[in-house]
Design a protein around this ligand. Structure first.
Ligand SMILES: [Zn+2]
Length: 318
């Protein structure tokens, strides 16, 4: 490519003459051109940076946005779990603790606890610090509540097992078939049918023919079986634990021995008319820590005969 030449008009010779630049002039023009280029480049990059990101910045920006979305999603999950846990605590209180006679868990116990600014100190100063600190705090709270609920259910399970054991031992059924009518209950007798003197009747009598099967009314250990001539005639005494003892009096036979373990519904003897008794009947007595309690409070008396035997069948199965 031919080099570009500059010409100037020579007024003396009236013609165009080729113009040759001096070295200093060339240098000056180059310096001017160079600084203008630098300035333009600087201005361009300034404007570009203000309105557009670099590819690397674009990638980082996307990652930050994705993390923010993930944190937001995580927060929703934690909120959902906290809400489910609150429902669980509510049924724990109303369905289990209330029934098992245990103290209720207060809401403020599970909402207090782990927190504190130390745990979130390293989360300050970021673009989404508020979100990160909030999620961390909610997670800590959820963890505390979960531990409290876990411990509560462990307690409830242990308590339910205790109750199941206790329920099996307490004297909760009739000792004889439901078709046997009720005789005298717990009351003050002006005149004892045999002794003639006034005294309390500390049990519930059942009118039943001699030879009617008598059943243990709860699990326990036979404390006595025999006749020690104290008015009860042949009697069986069962110690159920928890302060309870049951006495079955005026029997004709006993079918258990002292120290034997029995469960509810076990056949322990036959009714009779022994001791101070004026006719065939079963005297049934419940003592609680040495005091007499009314047996009628302890069993449902609205079963049919079929239901009663169905219950005994059920109880006799291992
Ligand atoms: Zn009696």
């Amino acid at each position: 490519m031919p080099r570009k030449k500059n010409y100037v008009f020579d007024h003396v010779n009236l013609q165009f003459m080729q113009h040759r630049r001096k070295g200093s002039e060339k240098l000056l023009r180059f310096a001017l051109w160079f600084s203008l280029s630098i300035g333009a480049t600087f201005l361009y990059s300034l404007v570009f940076q203000k309105f557009f990101n670099s590819p690397k910045e674009e990638v980082l920006q996307q990652q930050v946005e994705e993390l923010r979305l993930r944190y937001t999603l995580l927060e929703k999950h934690i909120d959902g779990s906290s809400s489910a846990l609150a429902d669980m605590r509510s049924s724990d209180n109303t369905s289990y603790r209330a029934v098992l006679d245990m103290p209720l868990i207060a809401a403020d116990i599970s909402e207090g606890g782990a927190g504190g600014t130390n745990r979130t100190a390293d989360m300050t100063g970021y673009m989404n610090s508020d979100l990160m600190i909030r999620v961390r705090s909610k997670f800590d709270d959820l963890r505390t509540q979960t531990n409290i609920q876990y411990n509560s259910f462990t307690e409830v399970t242990a308590r339910a097992d205790e109750w199941k054991e206790m329920w099996a031992h307490l004297p909760y059924i009739r000792p004889v078939n439901v078709t046997m009518g009720l005789g005298d209950g717990m009351k003050f007798r002006e005149k004892h049918p045999v002794l003639g003197s006034p005294r309390w009747h500390f049990g519930q009598d059942f009118r039943c023919p001699v030879g009617t099967e008598v059943h243990a009314t709860g699990a326990g250990i036979v404390a006595y079986a025999g006749n020690d001539h104290d008015g009860y005639g042949i009697k069986v005494v069962i110690d159920h634990g928890y302060g309870y003892r049951t006495i079955y009096g005026h029997l004709s036979e006993f079918n258990v021995r002292r120290g034997q373990k029995v469960t509810r519904g076990d056949f322990i003897g036959l009714s009779g008319n022994t001791g101070t008794s004026t006719g065939p009947h079963l005297h049934y007595q419940i003592d609680l820590f040495g005091s007499h309690v009314n047996p009628l409070w302890y069993f449902q008396d609205n079963l049919t005969e079929d239901e009663y035997f169905l219950m005994l069948d059920y109880l006799s199965k291992p």
